[in-house]
Design a protein. Structure first.
Length: 54
């Protein structure tokens, strides 16, 4: 009986890991690259202004 208990522990851990993995990999609402690209464009514009002003 003790052997079955020791075999059950990895089985429960594997099922738990599978459930956690599927939950962590679930489809989330896609945000897109809009805000990041806008911020990068503002950064480039600021760097060009500071470079040409010197």
């Amino acid at each position: 009986m003790a052997v079955l208990a020791w075999l059950l522990i990895p089985l429960v851990a594997a099922v738990g890991a599978g459930l956690w993995g599927s939950w962590a990999n679930r489809t989330r609402r896609a945000r897109g690259d809009g805000p990041e690209l806008d911020g990068y464009a503002r950064f480039r514009a600021a760097m060009e202004r500071s470079h040409t002003g010197s």
